[in-house]
Design a protein. Structure first.
Ligand code: SF4
Length: 291
């Protein structure tokens, strides 16, 4: 064990249990997605997040595009996206993403972004333009937007509401007690308010929580209740994996059986759809969340 400058305890990385081992990505469809992503200079959260599902998702032609650059103004302890001062907004990005979605013939498209707290609009204009561009070029494609909290500037959230994505997700990421450590600049209650406002606007909402960061079972159940209290429709629960030794350590590898137990509890409490398992990520099997 050692301690980082921020005072966060960093453990030596634990070996992964067998249920987290996945095959390396291969195959023609995977290669095609990779070519389109690099040719159009796109950013994907699949790569930035070292997602273990790339072989499966990219092999099926699904990828989660990350807009507004690849440098984030926040420094969450779990996230592998670079923190710093982002470059100027690229006004051609919405068209490039739309072109790629069309080339890839994506049926259901997930878009996310870095946080752009440096911009007055929080990046919401580019968000809206991206959704509109995809709709113009691929009218059959359905959309999930995985959005930031816009620092509670509700006029920016309104731009997302106005373009009415089929699913809008905003991740709580962790339980209330750990939020300050895991999502340093975020607030648990502000995220709940984002989700409530989306629901009050009549949208289908979704949220994700990572397990294995040191939360207790009671805290997980409390988080499930909090998400139900703001009428979230879809819940994803997955295992946190430490992207590098600089990131928060994994405190526990939650077994597939416990994930299944939480899935059953969450469904009984009223979620319409629950994806819960060690390899689940917010955008995993996203096409199923349209119901
Ligand atoms: S689960 Fe999401 S982030 Fe991971 S590869 Fe699939 S689409 Fe990308």
């Amino acid at each position: 064990m050692e301690t980082s400058e921020e005072g966060i305890t960093v453990q030596n990385r634990q070996p992964k249990p067998k249920w987290l081992r996945v095959k390396l990505p291969t195959g023609e469809s995977y290669k095609k997605v990779r070519e389109i992503v690099s040719e159009h200079k796109l950013h994907t959260i699949c790569e930035s997040g070292n997602c273990p599902n790339m072989g499966e998702c990219w092999g099926e032609g699904t990828a989660t595009f990350m807009i507004l650059g690849n440098v984030c103004t926040r420094s969450c302890g779990f996230c592998n996206v670079a923190t710093g001062r982002p470059e100027a907004v690229d006004v051609f990005e919405p068209a490039r993403v739309a072109q790629s979605v069309s080339l890839m013939k994506v049926k259901h498209c997930v878009i996310t972004s870095v946080d752009r707290d440096d911009l007055a609009d929080g990046g919401s204009e580019i968000w809206a333009q991206t959704v509109n561009s995809i709709r113009r070029k691929s009218p059959e494609t359905t959309l999930e937007t995985l959005i930031p909290d816009f620092m509670g500037k509700w006029e920016n959230l309104q731009r997302i509401i106005d373009v009415k994505p089929e699913v809008v997700s905003h991740n709580l990421e962790t339980v209330r007690r750990l939020t300050k450590q895991v999502r340093i600049q975020a607030k648990y209650d502000r995220s709940l308010e984002v989700l409530l406002r989306l629901k009050q606007a009549g949208l289908r909402t979704k949220s994700g929580v990572m397990l294995g960061l040191g939360e207790t079972e009671d805290e997980i159940l409390e988080t499930i209740d909090d998400l139900i209290s703001v009428q979230v429709d879809i819940l994803t629960l997955g295992q946190y994996l430490q992207p590098s030794p600089k990131h928060l350590p994994v405190s526990e590898f939650v077994t597939p059986e416990r994930f299944e137990k939480y899935r059953e509890i969450a469904l009984a409490k009223g979620f319409k759809y629950v994806e819960s398992g060690p390899l689940v990520r917010s955008s995993y099997h996203a096409e199923k969340h349209l119901f």
